[in-house]
Design a protein around this ligand. Structure first.
Ligand code: NI
Length: 262
């Protein structure tokens, strides 16, 4: 498969699906069968983090990845599986069974047009299991419906916050204050892309340590301010820019291998 970033620049083709015409998508498909889908969550991120953190970060990484590689990017799916955050106001969750259907339907829509490689850039750990289940269902549906791409269809979920360079840098910057939820690394990325959020930053008391995740009421009892072992006050917009660059670097390699894999 020819990768878009090996092609000469063509300003007629936007890298954003939402800004393309259908004819541009049809033309894109003659060169590349890959597409990037950012997926986040709308859930509490501690007393200083934005509810949309996971969607903002996934969208930022996916957009920059797309801009640099010219692989088409879809609009972000801002809702994910956040059942355990529902005891905090503002959280909007899709049940696993609903999210599975949403991801399945999006994959099958794209597969029906001839997309063979669907690369999800994920901002929320709670989406991983369900996304993988949705991929399995999608392969089955593609085969049952005899879609042209059925035998070639591949989906992948890439968690930007677990990319090796990001993981290493966040430990370097924040040590064990990175924690598990409302982490300084994800908050840093939101401060980089939405500077208005910097005004919410303030020192916070020691967080509850990271531990298990069960239902929403149990989560709020264990982690009363929403954080799990993290100190988001350590975050800065400057760190966010560095982490974005590292995420895009790692994901570019991962995306290239994924698109070329036969
Ligand atoms: Ni998050």
């Amino acid at each position: 498969m020819k990768l878009p970033f090996e092609l000469p620049p063509d300003d007629q083709i936007s890298h954003r699906l939402d800004l393309c015409t259908w004819q541009e998508v049809e033309k894109y498909l003659t060169n590349c069968k890959g597409i990037i889908v950012p997926i986040g969550s709308t859930e509490q991120h501690g007393p200083t983090g934005a509810i949309g953190t996971d969607a903002l970060t996934a969208n930022a990484v996916a957009s920059e990845l797309s801009r640099q590689t010219r692989v088409l990017v879809t609009p972000v799916l801002p809702f994910g599986m956040a059942e355990h955050h529902l005891a905090f106001p503002g959280t909007m969750s899709l049940q696993p069974s609903t999210l599975l259907k949403v991801i399945h339907d999006l994959v099958i829509s794209l597969a029906g047009h001839g997309f063979e490689r669907i690369f999800f850039v994920n901002g929320h750990g709670g989406n991983i299991a369900t996304a993988k289940a949705a991929f399995a269902e999608s392969y089955k549906t593609a085969a049952l419906r005899n879609l042209c791409v059925a035998k070639k269809l591949r989906c992948r979920i890439s968690n930007w916050f677990l990319a090796p360079s990001v993981f290493k840098k966040s430990r370097e910057l924040y040590g064990d204050k990175e924690g598990q939820h409302a982490t300084p690394s994800e908050i840093a990325l939101t401060l980089h892309v939405e500077s208005g959020l910097i005004s919410k930053q303030r020192p916070l008391p020691e967080p509850s340590p990271s531990g298990p995740i069960y239902g929403p009421d149990d989560f709020r009892l264990r982690y009363p301010d929403g954080r799990m072992g993290s100190d988001p006050f350590l975050a800065s917009a400057k760190d966010g820019a560095v982490l974005l660059e590292k995420a895009v670097f790692d994901l570019t390699k991962e995306l290239s291998i994924f698109l070329e894999d036969s």
